[in-house]
Design a protein around this ligand. Structure first.
Ligand code: ADP
Ligand code: MG
Length: 688
């Protein structure tokens, strides 16, 4: 149960003054549904504004606040023309307060002729005229009419304004009463960090690294604690030591020798599985590095030892692909492999369920359906999760708690994230890296092409398709941003455009399609019925079409390097030479240029990930997060790098002293876990 002290913070955001049904939508878009969310919606940056006595004292281009007297309203005549409110400062200097579109309606009411108002905004010059366009604030009184003012700038969604969201932040702060401290006093003193309530107030008020760090640390600590709690419980339940005799693995007839990295990873996994403590291992390996065979070896080992194995894929189509691959590879062993997805119904499903229960099925491959309540195993010994970043950490770890004994867990990811980030995102998992590609892989010929050569690119695609090849055409789709709709429209427009040229050979897949339609389009492409797949980033995970050796990525500069790398990994899967064309817009920043150059230069995912971090710096969003990694809301990349290890150590220390979280600091830590919605960790404890 959530501690009562948190009730005011977990109240619906509608409880705040000024949140009506109209604002509900933009707030949800920003992820703000509770008071707590407004509290933690920290400013993206701050502007410094100078209060000036009159316009003579201000510079053009400067952010100012100044008192003006309203003289006249001038509507522009047509609906498109700006609406101007002419006003005067104390010295009689004239300034236009200018509005476009619907904003003019509100202006009329707020700026009656003859009234004196404090106007905050950027002073611009339009011809000979001074003007302030869409002021940030209009007030009758200004509390601070002198000196420097520091104002927060919040991330907005359409329909919200800065003053509105600042007011929600302020109201949420008044509802946040002090909470018991979960950080050791020694740590607070050493870091110079404020108490929780104060840190929030400071973080909304101005740029304050100590406050921001403390809040980021809180989030990292909550996450580390939750992951450790799950682990602690898992250990209590114990796993089973699985030692295979090699009888099944010996029957495999792989058409290639394993790479050194594969052999090493398999040995590491076998070492873990032989222990009674459940394995918790992350297998990192670039696309095409050969993770499937490693998984197969681990699954066979489990079966040799008398247990069952399950392999979980993020989508139906990937589950099917894995099923086919494993069945083919494992054919000489004679074991029984089944497929189970949400689509299976009736008789076939019943028979699969029976087989899992009586043990006649050795390995099941499927989507999360394989972990539903109704699915019981005779003896599940190993769970393999492919492309784990599509699953929440919580989901992943909790499902491992099913059954009498905790199964060993192998998570596989193609995201080459650095060690600190593995720790922060996944907790204390052991890591195996496939840092060596199978021999004979051809480098993907990567070129950066300006968008104005689109015509040539389309002709190139045409030649490729005429020669019997298949191709991907990737359009960007940035989630959660205002541009989401524009992105979707652009993808659809491109599809229509390519369809004119290629007719039925083109299919479109994007995130907003119903799953069945998506699968159908993917299947048309995978089976070769369609030869050009226009897609937003949904193809990123999995999908193996060796005949597709050409990829075009539009607005490549908008993707993270890690993401580009994963996308590019969709081609170059067969023996044919593959080409990747990165189409860039003309407004390319220096960093953007460097990043695309790097893509051309290297195909080493680990290197790209490190460089990505270096180029983007601490303040920006991590590329892997965009691809669905369960990210942090407060801690940015730089903070995660700096503070994750410390949070991990502190969490560990706390649990060593008070594993049930019943002491004073333990109780405070429970509050922290609920505050950051990591309560899946607490719920494993008594009284959680
Ligand atoms: P991923 O790590 O992306 O899941 P896969 O397991 O799908 O990679 O492997 C990619 C391709 O490489 C497959 O066709 C697989 O059969 C092949 N492969 C795997 N290991 C080797 C190897 N040691 N030598 C040659 N080819 C290999
Ligand atoms: Mg794979």
């Amino acid at each position: 149960m959530r501690p009562e002290t948190l009730n005011p913070l977990f109240a619906e955001i509608e409880g705040l003054e000024g949140v009506g049904p109209k604002l509900k939508k933009p707030l949800v878009r920003l992820g703000l549904t509770r008071v707590r969310d407004a509290l933690y919606h920290l400013p993206e940056r701050f502007v410094t504004r100078r209060a000036v006595p009159d316009l003579d004292a201000a510079q053009v281009g400067e952010q100012v606040v100044v008192a003006l007297i309203v003289r006249e309203h001038r509507s522009g005549g047509s609906a498109r023309a700006p609406y101007r409110v002419m006003a005067e400062d104390a010295k009689g200097n004239v300034c236009a307060i200018t509005f476009f579109g619907r904003a003019a309606f509100a202006a009329r009411k707020q700026l009656p002729v003859g009234a004196r108002r404090w106007i905050a905004g950027r002073l611009d010059q339009y011809g000979q005229m001074l003007q302030i366009v869409h002021p940030d604030h209009i007030a009758e009184e200004s509390a601070e009419a002198n000196g420097q003012l520091v104002e927060p700038v919040y991330r907005l969604a359409e329909g919200l304004t800065q003053p509105r969201i600042a007011s929600f932040a302020e109201q949420s702060l008044t509802r946040a009463t002090a909470l018991p401290e979960w950080i050791e006093p020694g740590v607070l003193a050493r870091q110079g960090w404020p108490a929780w309530r104060e840190a929030l107030a400071l973080a909304h008020r101005g740029p304050d690294d100590h406050a921001r760090d403390r809040l980021a640390y809180d989030e990292l600590l909550a996450n580390a604690l939750a992951l450790l709690l799950v682990r602690q419980e898992g250990r209590k339940r114990r796993g089973q030591s699985l030692q295979g005799d090699g009888s099944l693995r010996g029957k495999l007839q792989l058409p290639f020798p394993l790479t050194g990295a594969q052999q090493r990873s398999i040995a590491e996994i076998a070492g873990d599985m032989a222990q009674e403590a459940p394995m918790l291992r992350l297998l990192q390996g670039d696309v095409g590095a050969g993770k499937t065979v490693v998984a197969l070896e681990a699954l066979l080992l489990a079966v040799e030892a008398g247990a069952q194995g399950a392999m979980l894929a993020p989508t139906e189509i990937l589950a099917r692909q894995h099923y086919e691959t494993l069945r083919k590879l494992a054919a000489p062993t004679g074991i029984s492999i089944a497929l189970l997805t949400g689509r299976d119904k009736g008789r076939p499903r019943e028979s699969t369920l029976m087989g899992l229960l009586d043990g006649s099925i050795d390995i099941v491959v499927g989507t999360h359906a394989i972990f539903q309540e109704t699915v019981a195993y005779r003896n599940l010994g190993l769970v393999v999760i492919d492309e784990q970043h599509r699953f929440g950490v919580s989901q992943r770890l909790l499902l491992a708690q099913k059954g009498r004994r905790t199964p060993h867990l192998l998570a596989m990811t193609a995201t080459p994230i650095p060690r600190t980030l593995v720790l922060a995102n996944h907790g204390e998992m052991d890591v195996s890296r496939l840092d060596e590609l199978p021999p004979g892989r051809q480098a993907i010929d990567t070129r950066v092409v300006a968008l104005d050569r689109l015509g040539e690119v389309i002709e190139g695609v045409a030649r490729h398709l005429e020669a019997g090849g298949q191709a991907y055409w990737v359009c960007p789709m940035v989630r959660e941003s205002e541009s989401e709709r524009a992105d979707l429209a652009a993808a659809e427009a491109r599809f229509a455009n390519l369809r004119e040229r290629f007719h039925d050979a083109v299919v479109l897949v994007h995130g907003q399609l119903p799953p069945a339609a998506k699968d159908a389009a993917m299947e048309r492409f995978a089976s070769g019925h369609a030869s050009l797949l226009v897609a937003t980033t949904v193809i990123e995970v999995g999908v193996d079409v060796p005949n597709a050796t050409l990829m075009v990525i539009e607005q490549a500069e908008r993707f993270g390097l890690a993401q580009l790398h994963q996308l590019r990994g969709r081609v170059g899967r067969g023996s044919e030479k593959s080409v990747c064309l990165l189409l860039r817009g003309d407004a390319l920043s220096e960093t953007g240029r460097q990043r695309l150059a790097l893509m051309r230069e290297t195909q080493d995912g680990f290197r790209l990930a490190e460089e990505d971090l270096a180029l983007r710096g601490g303040g920006e969003v991590l590329g892997t997060r965009q691809s669905g990694e369960e990210g942090f809301r407060i801690a940015d990349l730089g903070q995660t790098q700096r503070l994750a290890q410390m949070a991990q150590d502190d969490a560990r220390l706390l649990l060593e002293r008070d594993g049930g979280l019943t002491g004073e600091r333990g109780e405070a830590a429970r509050i922290l876990l609920y505050l950051f919605e990591r309560d899946w960790g607490v719920q494993l404890l008594r009284g959680g």
